[in-house]
Design a protein around this ligand. Structure first.
Ligand code: HEM
Length: 347
């Protein structure tokens, strides 16, 4: 078979390389580092596309009311999120390549880019929105969503609005955690409490609270009020009391086989948050090094804005907060048989 035969697939055609490889048009010509600047941004956008693709599949899995925690779907979701982790690791590395360009090399073409900026990356905004970063939690929300010079085109603006209305991965994870059945009172009848039960409190949670309390140093006693708030009264951030309890329970009893995948899921979400934040940090340092304290081409205060976003744009911060409330494994109460037997999410 030759390449001229009809229907024989050709590498360059399959990948549509004629389009991709003819999409680099430096405004300053080819004598500057602008080519590198374009290629890096395009590589980022391709990987953003793949991340969105993976997130959509994971959101689809969690959109059903019955995610089989110890079965295929859950394992596909975790696998896909781990792929996102690997991609983000590569994205973090790519900053180093761009940093081989010096600030003066950048100045050669920087003004030609005005008023465009990575700030206008539609896909980056879609990733943030799909993961669950809300407008009201953004640093300097007034910079963000507008169609003035340096802002979004009206088409991108309405796409972002649309995506923000869809269920976010974070919301779906909260619902999944809320569906966990292991606090049904009927399962705890045979639970042997370790301490006298605090009035009005479920037996297990009464014990947990007392174990936690005994682990606190004098300086940490304020933590008990926080525990009340998070696990008994309000929940934390977007996580309800039930969702926070479920997450804590999974983290504490993660050695039980049924919890392996859920625990993996939660830690992978923390990894994603951490890697995004590492990217923000590296990008902010790169910006400082390239343009110092000058304002960004997109019209923000530049490095100052990026530092604020770095501090504030965590998505799954409730999950890392849980660590504050862990107790030593050796002190974990034994679970009654009924709980162990029913500890499946498939109902
Ligand atoms: C010379 C290299 C770069 C410099 C000096 C730089 C500078 C900036 C600045 C100052 C901002 C704030 C918005 C503004 O006012 O413009 C920004 C935002 C942004 N840049 Fe870059 N950038 C560089 C490279 C990149 C690369 C390679 C990407 C990859 C896609 C990127 C993606 C972004 C994104 C997504 C934002 C929005 C961040 C947020 O709102 O949290 N930038 N950049």
């Amino acid at each position: 078979m030759t390449n001229e035969e009809p229907n024989s697939l050709y590498y360059g055609d399959y990948l549509e390389l004629d389009k991709i490889l003819n999409s680099q048009h430096p405004k300053s010509g080819f004598a500057t580092d602008e080519m590198l600047f374009i290629v890096i941004h395009q590589a980022y956008e391709l990987w953003f596309k793949q991340i969105i693709h993976e997130l959509d599949r994971v959101r689809e899995i969690f959109s059903t009311d019955n995610v089989q925690d110890n079965a295929g779907e859950m394992s596909i979701a975790v696998h896909k999120l781990k792929r996102v982790v690997k991609i983000l690791e590569v994205l973090n590395q790519q900053v180093n390549i761009l940093e081989t360009m010096t600030p003066m090399d950048f100045l050669e073409f920087r003004n030609l880019l005005l008023p465009s900026s990575g700030f206008q990356s539609l896909q980056f905004r879609i990733i943030e929105a799909k993961l669950g970063l809300k407008m009201e939690h953004r640093y300097k929300a007034d910079y963000y969503k507008n169609t003035r010079r340096g802002g979004f085109s009206s088409e991108d603006f309405s796409t972002i609005n649309q995506v923000e209305k869809d269920a976010t991965l974070k919301e779906l994870i909260v619902k999944w955690a809320e569906r966990t059945p292991f606090f049904d009172e009927s399962l705890w009848k045979e639970y042997q409490n370790l301490f006298p039960v605090e009035q009005g409190t479920q037996k297990f949670w009464s014990d947990y609270k007392q174990i936690y309390q005994s682990s606190l140093s004098n300086a940490e006693h304020g933590r008990l009020d926080e525990l009340e708030r998070v696990f008994y009264k309000e929940g934390s951030g977007d996580f309800s009391v039930h969702a926070m309890r479920a997450v804590l329970f999974i983290m504490m009893y993660r050695n039980l086989p049924i919890f392996h995948l859920p625990f993996d899921l939660l830690t992978t979400l923390i990894d994603i948050d951490e890697l995004l934040s590492q990217w923000r940090y590296k990008h902010m340092l790169m910006t400082r090094r390239m343009i110092g304290m000058r304002v960004g081409t997109g019209g923000t205060s530049g490095a100052g804005y990026l530092e604020g976003a770095l501090r504030q744009h965590y998505i799954f911060k409730e999950l890392t907060e849980i660590t504050t409330f862990l107790i030593e494994r050796s002190k974990l109460p034994n679970l009654p048989k009924a709980v162990i037997e029913r500890m499946t999410f498939n109902i």
